[in-house]
Design a protein around this ligand. Sequence first.
Ligand code: PBG
Length: 325
Amino acid sequence: MAPVIRPRRLRSTPALRRLVAETTLGPQDLVLPMFVADGIEAPREISSMPGVVQHTSDSLRKAAEEAVRAGVGGLMLFGVPAPDDKDAVGTCADDDYGVLNRALRTLSDDLGDATVLMADTCLDEFTDHGHCGVVDARGRVDNDATLDRYVSMSLAQARAGAHLLGPSGMMDGQVAAIRAGLDAAGFTDTGILAYAAKYASAFYGPFREAVGSSLQGDRRTYQQDAANRIESMREIRLDIDEGADLVMVKPAMSYLDIVRDAAEIADVPVAAYQISGEYSMITAAAERGWIDRDAAAMESLVSIKRAGASIILSYFATEVAARLR
Ligand code: PBG
């Protein structure tokens, strides 16, 4: 029997496929995470993330301009202090002259409102123990003492010109604390991109090299267990109630069900972070000739968008945005 219904009909030419595509990806959907380091003379390759570097201030400015020219929707900055500048409370994080705040100020001067400038609001890059918060006498990450540090860090980032702050430490109440701190200081227009559902993931591995993390142990007392889904709904709801302007799910590829759930419950934009390990897996397999880098990068990003994210943080952002243009 010849079939009457033929779904293949709509796949028969590139133009037809384009016409009926349910998901489209644009340069503006992509946000480029960038690393800026103190005390280096030239950009430093991150060996586990081929193609990604720790920037100097100069190379950061050039790469940011290139990304903006390619049409990306925004930039997310991470600071990498000199090892000597790390301490138990991450002093460098809220120092107006700390590496991240200096870089934010520079890019804010260069780019103004031509892009959306975002900052990672977390202590792990700045603490000598590598945890995302301050540690108490018993070695546990102290939630409420950490909130005070996040507020101070947020104010420094707002002063430096960040449009959106990205609290990624998974402390309880972090969005409410930061919102109250910003508002009290008059930064009512500085927004919060909340890492709402963030899982303790093995796929962060290359990031730890990227920021020279000194972490011993793991983050399982604050980041979520991969086994849980309902818990993410609670985290997302809490962050929205606390005043998050956008919510993020992280990582992306192993958590597309959570991205979908987030899109269904959130009445704010949903972002997803295609993290370091996701980038490195694609890059490594492509280097071995096992997969096509461009095609795999595009497919991964379209999948994340299809799952429900309207914004995607990705180390592929500039190259993919340039191709989409
Ligand atoms: C915490 C933070 C991490 C990432 C972004 N913000 C690391 C972690 O939670 O261990 C990971 C990003 C990536 O892997 O690309 N400041």
